[in-house]
Design a protein around this ligand. Structure first.
Ligand code: PGA
Length: 260
């Protein structure tokens, strides 16, 4: 079995992406956290702060670190009468290069397939890379339904396949990445076994190859400085999406270190 260090010799970088969610509480903390993140070689590092912190975080980040957003409007890629929304083009204008779409915390608030489709469409139309999140509930995992659930969530990507065949942009950031995040592993300290994660990643890859696309596949859910090393050694895991541990500078830098 080839390992990630073998892969590092090849062209694909690994990805370590922070999802700060609705954190931290103050601009000062966001800036200080952003200043402490260290870029790495062979590893693309990305940070997705809250919209209100976007510009200040961008100014504080090392320029080698990619800036992202946690969502975009499903209504339009541009501007319009959509109170409270932020569009893909506004995010791009502020320097964001990627967006998280389909995170379970958003799906649980009623993100339908049509909404997800629109968001992906808007993102790609303005050149924002998409980190598309998929994952199953605990009861689905226990009933061995993980693959069925994920196949369902991946299905809408088929219509974007023709736009994704050359899957990197000018900065070598993939246009599409998948984050496999079992819902029961998010913020809980629980995680599937490495074997189970690898099996699911292999399944995702097989489904997407069927659409003619081969994006990097990240794992997310309770990733921390202690388990990052094991995850980084798997040739089936192209990186991680990190919530809680990305809010602690030292832990996040250690995770980056494991993947670089
Ligand atoms: P976690 O969150 O690392 O805190 O489990 C991951 C995520 O929600 O993307």
């Amino acid at each position: 079995m080839s390992t990630r260090s073998d892969q590092a010799m090849s062209t694909q970088p690994s990805y370590v992406i922070a999802n700060w969610k609705l954190n931290p509480a103050t601009l000062k903390e966001a800036v200080s956290l952003a200043q402490s993140i260290q870029p790495a070689t062979h590893c693309v590092v990305g940070v997705s702060p809250s919209f209100v912190h976007l510009s200040a975080v961008q100014a504080a980040l090392d320029p080698a670190i990619a800036l992202g957003v946690q969502t975009i409007s499903a209504q339009t890629a541009q501007t319009g009468a959509f109170t409270g929304d932020v569009s893909a083009s506004q995010a791009t204008d502020l320097g964001a290069t990627f967006v998280l779409i389909g995170h379970s915390e958003c799906r649980q608030q009623g993100e339908t397939e049509q909404i997800l489709y629109n968001k992906i469409d808007h993102a790609l139309s303005v050149g924002l890379s998409v980190v598309y999140c998929v994952g199953e509930h605990k009861h689905e995992y226990e009933a061995a339904k993980t693959q069925a659930v994920i196949a369902n969530q991946l299905a809408l990507l088929e219509s974007f396949a023709s736009k994704l065949t050359a899957n990197t942009d000018a900065n070598q950031f993939a246009k599409l990445l998948i984050a496999y995040e079992p819902i029961w592993a998010i913020g809980t300290g629980l995680m599937p076994s490495l074997h189970d994660i690898e099996q699911t990643h292999r399944f995702i890859k097989k489904v997407l190859l069927g659409f003619g696309i081969c994006p990097p596949i990240l794992y997310g859910g309770s990733v921390n400085q202690d388990n990052a090393n094991d995850l980084s050694h798997s040739s089936y895991i192209d990186g991680v999406l990190v919530g809680g541990a990305s809010l602690k500078a030292q832990a996040f830098n250690q995770i980056i270190g494991a993947f670089s």
